[in-house]
Design a protein around this ligand. Structure first.
Ligand SMILES: O=C(O)C(=O)C[C@]1(C(=O)O)C=C[C@@H](O)C=C1
Length: 295
């Protein structure tokens, strides 16, 4: 059975992996920090890692993108997008059920959560918990575990409902993220090709392009290699090369497969103008289908 490393337990990463990959088809191994997730697959302890890479409202998780690019030489094998529904959890309190959510919030003094999750709940935190100390921890599952371990009525966590069930916590408020369409994109990285059971919605290729030097129109030339072939790009972002101040490469998601005729030709054209092209992966992408999850 293939082994999959992820941030967990009790995280959105785990929830999304169970949804897309199934609970029983793989052996899941939990790690407390993302660098350890990456390293377990690099070192061969696990076959794949699941990495959160982008959120609808927070954008790319730069640390994870940079680790993938600079420190880990493993291709992307699959990608999925999963809805993130955040909840306020605490230890069950005697008489707590008869209290309003607002009154319960007034008793809270400290909230643990993942930094990205805190950023996704700014409006709720400002409105109901302006007085609390917020502390970012390695994952939302870890936040829920701390609430259980510290066992103090004034400590709460922002986390998935599954984390609440795991640690016997009570839900004070459900779905408290600021924006309705709160989704996170996860990637699966590893040496072996991923053979998914479900049919993919699309195939995507992620590339890194480094321009030869800073000259007028260089990026335009790169983009035109895609545009005249009518190849769609779903993302383009610049990130520092970390070699010299002011030098960047472009991280580009292309809505095409390396098996097509057009994409390899476009990449050849880009290389011919002196750019360096690195392929981070050509992989299936899976969309979330609400009604299956709610069954
Ligand atoms: O802590 C978790 O629950 C995670 O799965 C991590 C993570 C992230 O790193 O972005 C995943 C999805 C959510 O956007 C918030 C946190």
């Amino acid at each position: 059975m293939k082994k999959i490393a992820l941030l967990g337990p009790g995280t959105f990463t785990e929830e999304s992996a169970h949804y897309f990959l199934g609970r029983s088809s793989y052996e899941y191994m939990n790690y407390k920090l993302i660098p350890d997730v990456f390293q377990s697959t690099v070192g061969g302890t696990t076959d794949y890692s699941v990495i959160p890479i982008e959120n609808t409202f927070e954008g790319s998780v730069n640390l994870h993108v940079d680790t993938l690019v600079h420190e880990v030489d493993l291709p992307i094998q699959a990608e999925w997008v999963y809805p993130i529904s955040i909840n306020l959890l605490r230890l069950p309190q005697e008489g707590g059920a008869s209290e309003t959510m607002e009154d319960s919030c007034k008793r809270i003094r400290k909230v643990y959560s993942h930094g990205v999750t805190l950023a996704q709940c700014q409006q709720f935190l400002r409105r109901y918990l302006p007085h609390v100390e917020l502390e970012a921890v390695g994952s939302n599952g870890e936040a829920a575990r701390l609430v259980k371990e510290l066992a103090q009525p004034e400590i709460a966590a922002l986390a998935p409902l599954a984390a609440g069930t795991m640690y016997g916590l009570e839900t004070l408020a459900k779905g408290i993220h600021d924006h309705e369409d709160n989704f996170t994109r996860f990637i699966l990285i590893g040496r072996d090709k991923f053979e998914g059971e479900k049919p993919a919605n699309r195939t995507k290729t992620t590339i890194l392009v480094t321009l030869p030097s800073d000259y007028p129109g260089a990026l335009h030339q790169v983009l035109s290699a895609f545009s005249w072939r009518r190849i769609n790009l779903s993302k383009i972002e610049s990130r520092p090369t970390k070699k010299k101040l002011g030098t960047y490469f472009f991280y580009i998601d292309v809505e095409a497969s390396m098996d097509s005729v057009l994409l390899p030709a476009a990449l050849q054209e880009i290389e011919a103008i002196g750019c360096l092209v690195r392929i981070l992966g050509c992989y299936p992408t899976y969309d979330y289908v609400a009604d299956i999850a709610e069954e």
